[in-house]
Design a protein around this ligand. Structure first.
Ligand SMILES: [Fe+2]
Length: 365
């Protein structure tokens, strides 16, 4: 039985400390979120073990930045980070949702290393504490198309964890009376081709999670995973042939994870990976998939949303509200990006047709 004590700020990868900014009322624009009567007169920040003792602050969920030198992606990520830094009130921390680098699965090690280095440099420049979550593209070579030897000592999660001074792939921390858990859903497997992965939390981590959340008592709690516990891919595509739990898009042991989150009153599980924003509520837990910071891998918005992130507001009464926001970045494709140009053109044509039909229908028969 693993009853590891709470692990505060162990994975803080920037030395900058956040200012004690308070969330302001009126910035909760998510109409579906619980409407909280904001208590801005009592700042109980800095501790507390119940929702009533929690402090007020905002933070950002930034996911799927896929940092790359291709498609001017480095400039794109800098623009994203500058947008976060300009937020008012200033977020007190950032949860990085995974797929931090463009890719370690299929890329040469030197290319992946450069992407990780740039990710760290640009993220550090925020001057805001940030916490890393493991994405499938953040592991080196766990794929049949790997560009490294399976004997490489940096294979798997080791390279990025060493480069980012990241001690454990899953962990938790507290901030102003709120409890945060960062999960690792990239579960190692052995395939015919060698090391691989599947989307799974795994029994060992689930047991750790249950006791970690238990130890947090009545504190309001938020968890983050890269691959989703809920993903409505089949419904979005309108395709009855897509399975309800597509491999790679939904955590295999989602039912076990949901049960743990539910019984410990976790407010929300923040998700990424699909580059499609979604909001889903089940048994009092919000499952929120943020827009990708890279949009469609810095090539547009044909995945369903342009580049963006989620700003979340933690209220003193323990309520959570949020706002999924775009930031201003125009895709700059490389000459070889014919497929992406085609997808953008298809989306543009679809939008034009939608506008034509809307005008027709507004004009009446
Ligand atoms: Fe991913």
């Amino acid at each position: 039985m693993n009853t590891t004590p709470l692990n505060r700020r162990e994975f803080l990868t920037t030395s900058a400390l956040a200012a004690g900014a308070l969330a302001l009322p009126g910035c909760a624009s998510n109409a579906q979120a619980t409407d909280a009567a904001l208590d801005t007169t009592s700042d109980t920040s800095g501790g507390g073990t119940s929702g009533g003792g929690a402090g007020a602050f905002s933070f950002v969920h930034l996911t799927d930045m896929h940092v790359t030198t291709r498609r001017h992606g480095v400039d794109g990520y800098r623009t994203c980070v500058e947008s976060v830094m300009a937020l008012d009130p200033k977020p007190e921390l950032v949860l990085m949702g995974g797929d931090l680098a463009f890719d370690g699965l299929y890329s040469p090690k030197a290319t992946f290393a450069e992407q990780v280095k740039i990710y760290k440099e640009v993220s550090d420049s925020m001057g805001i504490p940030y916490y890393n979550c493991m994405g499938n593209h953040d592991v080196l070579g766990w794929n049949a198309r790997r560009k490294v030897e399976t004997t490489d000592p940096d294979l798997g999660k080791k390279y990025i964890m060493d480069a980012l001074n990241w001690e454990k792939p899953y962990y938790s921390f507290d901030h102003k009376g709120w409890h945060f858990v960062v999960l690792d859903c990239i579960y190692p497997t052995q395939e015919d081709h060698g090391p691989g992965y599947e989307a799974r939390i795994g029994d060992e981590q689930l047991e750790w999670l249950a006791y970690d959340l238990g130890a947090a008592g009545d504190r309001p709690k938020i968890a983050v995973t890269h691959i989703a516990a809920f993903c409505n891919k089949a419904q979005i595509k309108g395709d009855p042939n897509i399975p309800g739990m597509p491999a790679g898009a939904v955590i295999r042991d989602t039912a076990k994870l949901q049960a743990v989150l539910e019984r410990h009153n976790v407010k929300a599980l923040l998700q990424g990976h699909t580059h499609r924003p979604e909001e889903f509520r089940w048994h009092d837990v919000w499952y929120l998939t943020s827009p990708a910071a890279s949009g469609a891998w810095w090539a547009g918005d044909f995945t369903g949303a342009g580049p963006g992130y989620t700003v979340l507001n933690c209220h003193p009464n323990g309520n959570l509200t949020w706002d999924m926001r775009p930031y201003n970045w125009q895709p700059q494709l490389d000459p070889a990006d014919d497929l992406e140009r085609k997808r953008n053109a298809e989306l543009k044509a679809k939008r034009q047709e939608q506008a034509r039909l809307r005008d027709l229908e507004r004009a009446g028969r």
